[in-house]
Design a protein around this ligand. Structure first.
Ligand code: LLP
Length: 410
């Protein structure tokens, strides 16, 4: 979204027009930005045979999946239904990494039937997998590197108390199970968390993997997961993907020489690709001065965008109806009946009831984490592509709230 000639635009589409045409609340995604982010990653890691597996969980609209597929992405799925969405969008099974955590083993069986790439993250399932498939179907192994990293404890996944992956200190057990069942291990995988700006975290993780890869002679890829950080507000530290890409591909090349074969380098970005491309447009329902703060109430809430309440995340908020007004302090809140703050003590151009506010960085983990809490409906989604706004999901209706409920005649 940019300010041009006194109005806000996404590509050449006026943001105010979008709110008028489709109504609010409304999720809007900029296809150009998504593709730009995808291509930058490809470029940054071009020193290796890189495969970018888009983390579907960040934003799973089928049109977004098709867009990324069309530009050469693979997919990372954590549930069988994410995998199904990817297949529906046209990804080949062999392009889909399936990394469930604590899902029922039957999902892995189904994923094998579908022909997906299987990533196993606990010793019990590794044994089950070995007993059932032996060397007839390959699998990758998710390791826990015991590294604490990430922007918030709730999104750190590679530390010693995390439920994810098999601890690197359990390597002897892994090797024993692999030997016992003659399992074909075709990949190693780590993912240490989200919002990691320090290149060193990724490099350290890589050293750990390189150090134990010789125990697995049939590798085809090493998957470094993701966690690349983008800016949510001015001055935020971000992952320098070009610096990281250069360093990681260099040490990967050196590792491949020692390993004796060229492997593929995989990454699984979600936030980096879609976060900044998304904007949630909401309407100001009420301006409510109190003796302490002035609240701006809007027609949306944590049911549509939970990140501020869940992770204390900062999302920048812009009054797009008043691009040149004088600034005042506001606390922007939603319509959910519990504390539901989008942004506290924000300087914004003067807000009036009816004004459209744009909540930025609403591409990743916003719609995909939305719910019907308070029996509120989920908004529509629009993709701006080639300077045109396309509806890619309709807003829910009251009937959606009743769908699936069973009337037992009470
Ligand atoms: N790969 C795996 C195995 C993952 O678990 C995740 C994210 C990713 C890749 C993508 O990570 P990203 O590029 O988006 O950092 N809801 C939280 C983030 C949870 C991330 C879960 N796993 C948030 O809104 O910050």
């Amino acid at each position: 979204m940019e300010l041009r000639d006194g109005s806000y635009f996404i590509q050449n589409v006026s943001v105010i027009d979008l709110a008028e045409q489709f109504g609010t609340p409304l999720y809007v995604y900029d296809a150009e930005k998504i593709i730009h982010q995808f291509k930058s990653l490809k470029m940054a890691f071009s020193g290796a045979d890189v495969k970018v597996k888009y983390a579907i969980k960040a934003l799973s609209n089928v049109s977004i999946l098709k867009l990324l597929k069309r530009h050469g992405a693979g997919a990372d799925a954590v549930s069988i239904h994410e995998a199904r969405l990817a297949l529906h969008a046209g990804f080949a099974p062999s392009e889909i990494m399936f990394s469930p955590n604590c899902a029922d083993f039957s999902e892995i069986e189904e994923a094998v039937k579908l022909g997906l790439i299987i990533n196993i993250d606990n010793l019990s399932f590794l044994k089950k997998f070995g007993a059932q498939y032996r060397s007839s179907y390959p699998c990758s192994i998710r390791l826990n590197p015991h590294i604490m990293a990430g922007g918030h404890y709730k999104i750190s996944t590679g530390h010693s108390n995390s439920k994810f992956g098999i601890s690197i200190y359990q390597l002897p057990q892994i090797v024993e199970i692999v030997r016992q069942y003659n399992i074909n291990v075709n990949g190693l995988h780590v993912h240490t968390g989200s919002d990691i700006y320090e290149a060193d975290v990724f490099l350290k993780m890589a050293e750990i993997l390189f150090g134990l890869a010789s125990d697995f002679p049939d590798l085809k890829f090493i998957d470094f997961g993701s966690g690349f950080k983008v800016a949510y507000q001015e001055g935020d530290l971000v992952t320098n993907i070009y610096d990281l890409g250069l360093k990681l591909t260099q040490s990967f090349a050196e590792f491949c020489r020692q390993y004796g074969r060229k492997l593929e380098l995989w990454i699984e970005p979600g936030k980096f690709i879609v976060s900044e491309a998304g904007t949630l447009l909401v309407k100001t329902t009420v301006v409510k001065p109190t003796p302490s703060v002035t609240f701006v109430g809007v027609n949306s809430g944590l049911n549509h965008l939970i990140r501020p309440m869940m992770y204390d995340a900062y999302h920048h908020i812009v009054n797009v109806s008043n691009p040149s007004g004088s600034q005042k302090m506001y606390t922007v809140v939603g319509y959910i009946c519990e504390t539901d703050t989008f942004g506290a003590d924000r300087k914004m151009n003067e807000v009036q009831e009816g004004d459209i506010l744009a909540i930025r960085n609403a591409g990743a983990y916003c719609y995909s984490m939305a719910s019907n809490y308070n029996s509120r409906l989920r908004p529509a989604e629009v993709l701006v592509i080639n300077n045109e706004a396309k509806l890619i999901r309709e807003a829910e209706t009251f009937e959606d709230l009743l769908k699936g409920q069973v009337d037992i005649g009470l």
